[in-house]
Write a protein that binds this ligand. Structure first.
Ligand SMILES: Cc1ncc(COP(=O)(O)O)c(C=O)c1O
Ligand SMILES: N[C@@H](CCSC[C@H](N)C(=O)O)C(=O)O
Length: 416
């Protein structure tokens, strides 16, 4: 790419899907490789030699564009149904890039249940640049109407399902309200929890869909990444400009890891989701209040079933007692106590102490985020092992009474 050109070799516009998702996601286009390598090479190079002083090569510098990143972005555009995808250094970096399209004095509308880091960035924008965010209950589509301002509203940010209360927003209805009243506003969906396998925001009316690629897209917790998919070239070009200007494009090795990890997205998600459905049932059978859109008890079960093709593998539940919740989290052996989700290993956490600790306690209380909430992120381990481990932790914490099965197991353990 010449140093003067605004965009790197643009992603080829392969937004039409020819095969079903599981086929498309594992089929990476590498036909331009001179050696027909099975895996896209890692172009671990900061700069690229030019043929002449006019700098007309396709790439000049890896901040502006890198062949491994181009392969990844083309592949992501294809699986997201995006006109163009862009890969950056983290999910937060993706949101940072998107929010740079908002000018001082303009406004953002976002949910009142959302990832703690997202909340932090939105508060920072308010303090540093006077960009106000109105937090609304995105489960009620018409809650947005009083805040839509044709001049001021620039972004509407939807997390659905929300992290950590797993609330659902009606993307098509909200997008139609926004586009009708605010032609300059962009509807942005954080699709991290679903992945493009289960939910396709750009086909539901969103202008931008983004992901923490750290989670399901890569699937192994071995990298940080963010992915942005845009429906229009003009929006993608503005986002690319910010990425090149600020230097947050994803490095070649992480692009390669993400390209490798994403190939197994559909099989991972199928397995994780099947186990999550069992975990939900297990907890509900024991009278616990579970937040999961795969449960018919979820208040937006029907809506989620309409806009997605599955409930995913993240759920949360309440015990009614912070001490019990702590003992459950610390009492499991297979479920790792970690923030993040979307990995092949199962994780357990207390959002108010961990992923959402940066939201001030009084704001958490105003938004009715339960302090005893436990979040489970289901991995690909054997489902029975996960359930046994969870059951033992629930019993040992005092959340559930001991049952015959566990009593027998404990006697056997004492005798051995
Ligand atoms: C829903 C959601 N969006 C975005 C992010 C930010 O992603 P990252 O950690 O890759 O910056 C996270 C978690 O970190 C998240 O849970
Ligand atoms: N210390 C981090 C916490 C990251 S939380 C990661 C993930 N989104 C989750 O929900 O678990 C921070 O302050 O950002």
């Amino acid at each position: 790419m010449s140093a003067q050109v605004a965009s790197p070799s643009p992603a080829s516009p392969i937004s039409t899907r020819r095969y079903r998702f599981a086929t498309e996601v594992v089929t990476v286009d590498n036909k331009d490789d001179p050696y027909n390598s099975a895996s896209v090479p890692i172009y671990q190079s900061a700069t690229f030699k030019q043929k002449s002083a006019t700098g007309e090569g396709e790439y000049d510098y890896s901040r502006s564009g890198n062949p491994t990143r181009t392969h990844l972005e083309n592949h992501l555009a294809k699986i997201m149904g995006a006109k163009r995808a862009l890969a950056v250094t983290s999910g937060m970096s993706a949101l940072d890039v998107i929010t740079r399209l908002v000018k001082s004095g303009e406004e953002i509308i976002a949910g009142d249940d959302l990832y703690g880091g997202t909340n932090r960035l939105l508060s920072f924008l308010n303090k540093s640049q006077g960009i106000k965010t109105h937090h609304i209950d995105t489960t009620r589509s018409d809650a947005i109407l009083p805040y839509l301002d044709p001049v001021k509203t620039r972004l509407v940010l939807l997390e659905t399902p929300t992290n950590p209360l797993i609330k659902i927003a009606d993307i098509p209805t909200i997008a139609s309200y926004v586009h009708e009243k605010c032609p300059n506003a962009l509807v942005v969906v954080d699709n991290t929890m679903m992945s493009p396998y289960l939910q396709r925001p750009l086909e539901l009316g969103a202008d931008i869909s983004y992901h923490s690629g750290t989670k399901y897209l890569s699937g192994h917790h071995d990298l940080m990444a963010g992915v942005i998919g845009a429906k229009e070239d003009s929006v993608a070009e503005q986002l690319y400009y910010v990425i090149n200007a600020t230097g947050c494009g994803l490095g070649p090795f992480d692009c390669w890891l993400l390209l490798r990890g994403v190939k197994t997205l559909a099989v991972r998600m199928d397995k994780q989701q099947a186990t999550a459905i069992r975990v939900c049932q297990f907890l509900e059978d024991r009278g616990l209040k579970v937040h999961y859109p795969g449960s018919r008890k979820h208040p937006q079960y029907e809506l989620h079933s309409r806009i997605s093709s599955g409930p995913g593998a993240v759920l949360s539940f309440e015990t009614g007692d912070i001490g019990i919740s702590e003992r459950i989290v610390e009492g499991t052996k297979l479920w790792g106590i970690s923030v993040s989700f979307g990995c092949v290993n199962s994780l357990i956490s207390m959002p108010c102490r961990m992923s959402h600790a940066s939201i001030p306690a009084h704001v958490r209380a105003e938004r009715a985020l339960p302090e005893d909430l436990i979040r489970l992120c289901v991995g690909i381990e054997d489902a029975d092992d996960l359930l046994d481990d969870l059951e033992a932790a629930l019993v040992n914490s005092g959340c559930l009474p001991i049952n015959d099965k566990l009593e027998k197991l404990s006697l056997e353990q004492q005798q051995s």
